[in-house]
Design a protein. Structure first.
Length: 348
């Protein structure tokens, strides 16, 4: 059985691909009519605004307020419950962990969880804005999805969001969730954060998660690769120039040389399996491809899926785009496969 909409891929299918979720690298499926229509609307109406978005702190705060107001209109599936989380961790002395749980109403008790880190350039968005993705992950995997509310720049530059992500991971472990049942996931800047968290887990000697899922990750905060690709990319949404301006607000005192930020030069050893999904038209595609190459050279099992004709984080439109729905099913299949593989390894 094949997915109804298959990505073009840069390599042979991963050994971790779930039966029934076979990806054919040689087959390039044209984007659906609905996908082309939505991309056209965004290219004409949204991208010019995003490209000219001021990169200063004032512009970021104005954009954040607009997004926060718009997020009140986001409706998640009635098949999930959204439960607030606010643990100040006064007894343990750890960092506060706040955010929300997204849980399928009919899900059986699970010995695992997805730790999802939302995107937004490290300066905007929230757990609420990403409920279309987190709700779908909860429904398709059967696992509860923890979405921490990490601190945002420019008020809290890097590594503040990484500290919050580490705190959320430690929080799961402290409450008895086995690392073998945890999958880290994130989109855009949240993808960068999820990858940085994986590296930090290895550095700190914490038990490693079962896997890592990245949707359109913002890998290179210097934007060197995306700025080079800007002229040729047909990304209807993301502007590399704006990302470059925002990135200056994100980096902390160590700047772009902080090894926790520079994902392409990190030593990616002892890293769990990785799934990367990226749109074929997006300006961040070269970054995803470079990161997949770095992971594979380090010996990591990395499955890179390039979805033809799709935009940045197209998965968030999974309720209206057939390609996004298929991509979410593939991601859920990866989650089920790596968590099952980890359980078998521990049992052996």
């Amino acid at each position: 059985m094949r997915l109804p909409m298959e990505p073009s891929a840069s390599s042979e299918p991963s050994a971790l691909s779930e039966p029934g979720l076979v990806i054919e690298p040689s087959r390039v499926v044209e984007p659906s009519v609905r996908s082309r229509a939505i991309g056209g609307v965004l290219r004409l109406g949204i991208r010019p605004f995003v490209h000219r978005l001021p990169g200063g702190a004032g512009g970021v705060r104005a954009a954040r307020s607009t997004v926060a107001a718009a997020s009140l209109l986001v409706r998640h599936s009635a098949r999930v419950r959204v439960l607030p989380l606010n643990d100040p961790q006064l007894e343990s002395g750890g960092r506060p962990v706040t955010g929300e749980w997204v849980v399928a109403r009919d899900a059986a008790p699970a010995q695992g969880a997805v730790l999802y880190l939302h995107g937004g350039g490290y300066v905007a968005f929230s757990p609420r804005t990403h409920r279309p993705i987190t709700a779908r992950l909860a429904l398709d995997t059967g696992l509860p999805v923890l979405v921490p509310r990490y601190r945002l720049a420019p008020e809290h530059p890097f590594p503040a969001p990484l500290d919050d992500a580490v705190a959320a991971y430690r929080w799961l472990l402290a409450r008895g969730v086995p690392a073998s049942g945890i999958v880290l996931a994130g989109d855009s800047a949240g993808g960068h954060l999820a990858a940085a968290l994986t590296g930090e887990i290895v550095r700190l000697g914490l038990a490693a998660p079962a896997g890592l899922v990245l949707f359109s990750p913002w890998v290179d905060l210097t934007c060197e690769l995306s700025l080079r690709a800007q002229r040729l990319a047909r990304d209807p949404y993301i502007s590399a120039a704006t990302a470059h301006r925002v990135a200056r607000l994100v980096v902390g005192p160590a700047g772009f040389e902080d090894p926790r930020i520079a994902l392409l030069t990190c030593a990616w050893t002892d890293v769990p399996p990785v799934l990367i999904q990226v749109g074929g038209d997006e300006v961040l595609r070269p970054e995803a491809e470079a990161f997949a190459g770095a992971l594979r050279r380090a010996g990591t099992d990395c499955d890179l899926q390039v979805w033809n004709g799709q935009m940045h984080v197209f998965q968030i439109l999974n309720r209206v785009l057939p390609e996004a729905s298929a991509a979410m099913r593939a991601a859920a299949g990866f989650v089920r496969t790596v968590t099952a593989a980890s359980v078998r390894t521990e049992a052996a």
